[in-house]
Design a protein around this ligand. Structure first.
Ligand code: 5GP
Ligand code: MG
Ligand code: MG
Length: 182
């Protein structure tokens, strides 16, 4: 079993590169079919989605605009919890077909926040393309149009996803090996 160590944690390979690429191509084909003639704006959520977005967009063959956003996350008051704000969105989304490109939807709160913000900015058609979905963790009623893969509630790294800033460059997905109870 191929394992890697990042800082204090050990991970084992769980999804090979070929499986990832196959899933990306499937999503691209569906987007090409659905959004032909719709002049989509792809909104890539940094940092995690950079690798998925790069692979995806190489197989999207319809005229498309691509831009990048970041979410600032800081601790709010005890009642609001973690507050996230979007920055980097300079393009007008009013009346447009917008495809949010994300690495992973876990609870869904991050995605819900982005969707609501695009609704406020009057996007005409808001779609979501996420590489991973953890269906057992989802807590929000959001429409996820293009999901490349569903996975269990384990912590993963690789293919854009990090542990404490590291591991984003790995082309396979690795799953955290839980520490043995002592
Ligand atoms: P949500 O708001 O859907 O709960 O969380 C989404 C964010 O949590 C993702 O964009 C990602 O940064 C982080 N996240 C959720 N699950 C994982 C995981 O298994 N591995 C890593 N590296 N990040 C995760
Ligand atoms: Mg993300
Ligand atoms: Mg992270």
């Amino acid at each position: 079993m191929k394992t890697i160590k990042i800082k204090d944690k050990v991970f084992s390979v769980s999804i090979p590169d070929e499986k990832i690429q196959e899933a990306v191509k499937n999503v691209a084909e569906r987007i090409n079919w659905d959004l032909a003639g719709k002049d989509p704006l792809f909104l890539v959520v940094l940092n995690g989605a950079f690798m998925f977005a790069a692979d995806l967009m190489k197989s999207v063959n319809i005229p498309s605009e691509i831009t990048f956003i970041k979410l600032s996350s800081y601790q709010g008051t005890s009642t609001t919890g973690v507050v996230k704000e979007i920055f980097g969105l300079n393009e007008s989304v009013e009346g447009r077909t917008v495809v949010i490109v994300e690495d992973i939807v876990d609870t869904g709160f991050t995605m819900q926040k982005i969707i609501n913000s695009l609704k406020e900015k009057k996007a005409a058609d808001i779609r979501v393309a996420t590489f991973f979905l953890k269906p057992n963790s989802l807590q929000c009623d959001i429409e996820l149009n293009y999901v490349a893969m569903e996975i269990p509630n384990d912590f993963i790294v690789g293919y854009g996803l990090d542990y404490d800033g590291y591991g984003r460059n790995l082309k396979e997905i690795y799953t955290l090996i839980p520490e043995k109870a002592h």
